[in-house]
Design a protein around this ligand. Structure first.
Ligand SMILES: [Zn+2]
Ligand SMILES: [Zn+2]
Length: 116
């Protein structure tokens, strides 16, 4: 099976599971931070998360695929979305990340049901 999504600790460089908010070294990952940093000299260590949570796939999303199973992520689907300050974006489908379904996921689900 594919491995779980991971992110790198900006402090010690260790790979930490995408759902962890803190590295074992004590580094706290920027979480749901929307502000973009102005980076003058490109430095891969400066890359931060812009978004890292469940999200509904926007209606006109194209070429988005689950990072694990390559399922096409179509508009309206729920997926785990990670975007970075350098413009990289990743989706994971809810099947691959079923172990990470949380209140946020279910609240997005419920909104769906109420709207239809
Ligand atoms: Zn660390
Ligand atoms: Zn998948």
């Amino acid at each position: 099976m594919g491995k779980s999504p991971e992110k790198k600790c900006a402090d010690c460089g260790k790979s930490v599971h995408v759902r962890k908010r803190e590295c074992s070294c004590g580094f706290v990952f920027p979480y749901k931070e929307r502000k973009k940093k102005v980076v003058e000299d490109y430095n891969p260590h400066d890359i931060d998360y812009v978004y890292n949570n469940w999200k509904k796939v926007p209606p006109r999303t194209r070429n988005a695929k689950c990072g694990t199973c390559r399922t096409k992520m179509k508009g309206g689907m729920l997926g785990w979305y990670s975007s970075f300050t350098d413009g990289d974006k990743y989706w994971w489908c809810d099947k691959c990340l079923k172990d990470f379904k949380d209140e946020k996921y279910y609240s997005l689900c419920n909104k769906d049901i109420q709207n239809s």
